[in-house]
Design a binder for this molecule. Structure first.
Ligand code: ATP
Ligand code: MG
Length: 556
């Protein structure tokens, strides 16, 4: 897929204005994941937005971990996130950054706020703090510790850092306004005491800064110009600005909010994804049914297709719920143009070509892609016994059936026209074999005196290789599994989201490495499994997406 022109949106307008007015000479953005889970399609939107803007305007984008919750974070998550961003096709400026790299500066700025009388050490318990906070309709009340002297606050904060107080017994709070209509400004906590091992700083710290305090300072230290986040942070913006206005840092990024991406037929909350994995409803974080980047990758989605999706859905402040079919459409379009085409039979039915000479193989050359000659060609062998798709034969078909039926004719893709002469059944009445004859005079030309419309895919039984194919469908049967009162989202799990079949595939794919994508003719797009496919030994393919949107039909 060629890269399409950017779609204009309000953030681009702001940036263009800032560049034109000379407010900024360049654009610096950042993608700030917390390493507390795997990234999903919503994060992909944010990645494409942040890195995309930097690319479009010749600026820079940082990758910075927001690692301020040591108990929930791990290097496993961080490593996967780094890999995901790179896989999507983006390169961050300089090294991977960590909010924890700034712990010393964050601490110094906290002392500065204390010295200015803008922060204080509080002894309220978490329950008391909640009580004092007030509600949306009632103002909060001042903590009895709010008016400690600067000297006492400095002393206590230093002792908090030195580990003199037990976990949770004290906090450092900003001194703003307990009566503010914005609850985020009612003396938010800046630091808490927590003896937790941190993935980067180990046990060096027993106090950890809160997200809101950390994020704005990290942005400023990195010279971020536009700090993009999702809409739930709109009410936090006054705090973002308050912190930067009250410390001597000399850089004040602009926070801009946009709406989260949500998708029908799936879930994108980290908590729900975690539950699906932890309770074994899926095989892991990279289960191809999950909207995680690792899952989408394993399924065969392309970075180009995902980036095109992000471009198409755009950026705004209004609700952004997108049907899965939009994403699938982008993937399909990308693969249509790129994926070599081969033949595989997923639910095999044996066909004996009775008038084909036994023991002889003949082969015809066939190109891998009708519009991409540079993808080359391979030989498609034929032999006396072949496999066809079970549902390409019907004993008693409806009118207009163009595939195989008793006495009927069909063309084998890239090969002869065959006629079904005899249907063989087992004791239970099931069709187990067809006996067909070929019309020898139909190779590369139409048969004499009649039209044969149907074309089916097939493989030579002697030459085909066994293949395991995993057919994935949507994980949920409901567009909004999470949106029903009194019903758990798990109630809507699609019991048919995974079907494993053992089929046959043409020999040309024998040595393809993991993560090779093909179109299996007439069946869809497939990708060799990243972990379980072993070239030349065990062929395992995942269905990425079908050729057409079967859900659109089913729902209509
Ligand atoms: P949590 O709910 O645990 O905070 P999160 O999904 O916000 O998780 P982060 O790691 O904090 O995860 O997200 C990193 C960045 O990705 C943030 O800037 C966040 O706003 C953005 N982001 C997360 N989810 C979406 C989404 N659904 N659509 C667009 N951007 C998102
Ligand atoms: Mg978050």
């Amino acid at each position: 897929m060629s890269e399409h022109a950017p779609v204009q949106h309000f953030i681009r307008t702001i940036i263009e204005h800032d560049l034109a007015s000379g407010k900024h000479k360049t654009v610096v953005t950042r993608f700030p994941p917390e390493p507390n889970g795997y990234l999903h399609i919503g994060h992909a939107k944010s990645i494409c937005l942040n890195f995309g803007l930097a690319e479009d305007y010749g600026g820079r984008c940082n990758l910075r971990f927001d690692d301020t919750n040591p108990e929930k974070e791990s290097m496993e998550y961080a490593n996967a996130i780094v890999e995901d961003v790179r896989w999507l096709g983006f390169q961050w400026d300089g090294p991977v950054r960590w909010a924890s790299d700034y712990f010393p500066q964050l601490y110094d700025y906290a002392e500065e706020l204390i010295r200015k009388g803008l922060a204080y050490v509080d002894d309220l318990t978490p329950e008391q703090m909640r009580e004092y906070r007030g509600t949306l309709t009632e103002p909060g009340r001042d903590s009895p510790w709010r008016n400690r002297s600067v000297a006492e606050n400095l002393d206590l904060f230093r002792r908090m850092r030195a580990g003199e107080f037990p976990d949770g017994s004290k906090t450092l709070r900003a001194k703003i306004d307990m009566a503010s209509p914005n609850i985020n400004l009612r003396d938010p906590v800046l630091y808490r005491i927590k003896r937790a091992h941190h993935i980067r700083t180990g046990d060096a710290w027993v106090i950890y800064p809160m997200y809101d305090y950390t994020h704005c300072i990290s942005d400023a230290l990195e010279g971020i110009t536009h700090s993009l986040c999702t809409l739930e942070f709109e009410d936090h913006r006054p705090l973002y600005d308050w912190v930067l206005d009250n410390i001597s840092i000399g850089c004040h990024p602009q926070q801009i909010e946009f709406s989260r991406l949500e998708m029908h037929y799936t879930v994108t909350s980290k908590r729900k994804l975690n539950q699906l994995v932890a309770e074994g409803h899926v095989a892991g974080w990279d289960d191809p049914r999950l909207p995680t980047i690792q899952g989408m990758r394993r399924r065969g989605y392309t970075p180009e297709g995902i980036r095109e999706f992000a471009r198409r859905i755009g950026v705004s402040k209004s609700e952004n719920i997108v049907d899965l079919s939009v994403l699938e459409g982008c993937i399909r379009e990308d693969l249509e143009a790129k994926a070599p085409r081969v033949m595989a039979v997923l639910r095999p039915l044996k066909v004996v070509l009775t008038n084909y000479q036994d023991g002889v193989t003949s082969s015809r050359e066939a190109g891998f892609h009708p519009h991409r000659p540079e993808l080359g060609a391979r030989l498609v062998p034929i032999h006396r016994e072949i496999w066809i798709e079970r549902d390409d034969f019907m004993e008693d078909p409806p009118a207009g059936w163009q595939r195989l039926k008793p006495g009927g004719e069909v063309r084998l893709r890239y090969s002869y026209v065959i006629r079904c002469d005899e249907v063989i059944k087992d004791a239970a009445g099931e069709v187990v074999e067809l006996r067909c004859s070929i019309d020898h005079d139909t190779l590369g030309k139409n048969p004499e005196g009649r039209k044969v419309k149907g074309v089916i895919h097939w493989v030579s039984a002697l030459h085909a290789l066994p293949v395991e194919v995993r057919l994935y469908d949507r994980l949920f049967t409901d567009p909004d599994p999470d949106g029903h009162e009194n019903r758990d989202f798990l109630d809507f799990l699609n019991p048919e989201s995974l079907t494993v079949v053992q089929g046959w595939i043409e020999p040309s794919v024998r040595d393809c490495p993991p993560e090779t994508r093909y179109q299996f003719e007439r069946l869809g797009y497939f990708c060799s499994d990243r972990y379980e496919h072993r070239p030349g030994e065990r062929l395992v393919f995942n269905r990425t997406v079908s050729l057409k949107d079967s859900w659109a039909k089913a729902q209509a």
